[in-house]
Design a protein around this ligand. Structure first.
Ligand code: ADP
Length: 330
């Protein structure tokens, strides 16, 4: 588990809890009527809809991979703000909608998103609830149960996909709705990454073998009823923490509605132990063929790591593909 170090040792007496949790809103929907982007939209929002009259301190928060993060301390409580200087608001829209969907399930703790939008300089921002992280190690059993409760509560009537495309790491993640999970996972998850490896590295071998797997993976899903469940989508130790009461918190999602088992695709760097899985399966019983599909779900993230970080991850992806092609005689 990555321990999240709060920058400031603030006592709770100087951190009044947020009086009201404002609703998520986006400047995007107002830009048609109001073409001018405020000079400092973060400050403006905090001092209006955020119910603060004064921002007492702004401190940088370290630990992120992609964005600049800050802690805004105000007389109406604390806010957590991320900004990106070059990417437009669509990335934070994905994060805000994902956090909002998880928050709405009322299960595992996630920061409530308040607002996202463009910066006048061309980048974008997101404002969300600031969570004071604790130093206690995560309780694996509680984490497993709460995650399963989220999977159980977060249902979609539109099928597999999400309201918007988002990103996993910095790779685009296509979330076009589909009623067929095998088609969705084959095209928008494995297929997308395989195409990226072909375009980026000219890796025809992984592309061709991977596509053979996509076409032949159907039997891995025999006798399973797959329902769309709300997934965090990028659940590894860097995105799991606990609050000061020891409650698990999950952050920085790449949400979509998918097969619950796909949530374990990053388990190779999540540190889930036996008590995590046993609590999880008490709420979301293990489905037939779970073990057979495990590597298929790792494959998406190994491919993504290959595309993001280079050839060090290629052999892990390739050996999963080769094993399946042998098993499926494809
Ligand atoms: P990035 O988008 O750059 O990957 P993260 O979402 O990982 O950034 O956030 C950067 C760091 O900020 C995290 O490691 C965590 O310590 C801290 N953090 C994230 N969300 C919150 C929050 N809601 N409240 C307080 N700190 C947070």
């Amino acid at each position: 588990m990555v321990v999240h170090v709060g920058l400031l040792p603030l006592s709770s007496s100087c951190l009044p809890s947020l009086p009201r949790l404002p609703r998520l809103s986006s400047t995007k929907h107002r830009t048609f009527a109001m073409a001018v982007v405020s000079e400092d939209p973060v400050r403006e929002w905090i001092l209006s809809e955020g119910n603060a009259t004064q921002i007492t301190r702004i401190s940088p928060v370290g630990g992120g991979c992609i964005n600049r993060a800050s802690h805004y301390d105000t007389d109406a409580g604390s806010f957590f703000v991320k900004t990106n200087r070059s990417i437009g608001p669509s990335m934070f829209e994905g994060e805000a909608l994902g956090l909002g969907a998880m928050f709405e399930t009322g299960t595992i703790r996630v920061p409530k998103p308040f607002k996202f939008g463009p910066l006048p300089t061309g980048g974008s921002y997101i404002i969300m609830e600031f969570i004071e992280f604790g130093s206690r190690r995560n309780n694996q059993s509680v984490l497993g149960r709460k995650l399963a409760e989220m999977h159980k509560a977060g249902k979609s009537e539109k099928g597999f996909g999400f309201e918007v495309n988002n990103t996993v790491g910095s790779t685009p993640q296509i979330n076009t709705w589909s009623s067929d999970w095998i088609q969705f996972y084959g095209e928008h998850r494995l297929g997308y990454q395989l195409q990226l490896a072909l375009d980026q590295y000219g890796d025809g071998t992984i592309y061709e073998k991977g596509q053979r797997l996509v076409k032949s993976m159907g039997p891995l899903f025999d006798n399973v009823v797959i329902e769309p469940c709300l997934l965090h989508g990028d659940l590894w130790s860097g995105n799991i923490s606990s609050d000061k009461n020891g409650e698990p918190v999950i952050l920085d999602p790449a949400c979509y509605y998918g097969h619950s088992e796909a949530e374990f695709g990053m388990s190779w760097c999540a540190g889930f132990g036996g008590s995590f899985y046993s609590s999880y399966f008490e709420v979301m019983p293990k489905q037939p063929g779970f073990e057979k599909r495990k590597d298929l779900y790792l494959l998406y993230h190994y491919l993504n790591h290959y595309n993001l970080f280079g050839s060090g991850y290629r052999s892990s992806a390739m050996s999963i593909i080769d094993d399946y092609l042998r098993m499926l005689k494809a």
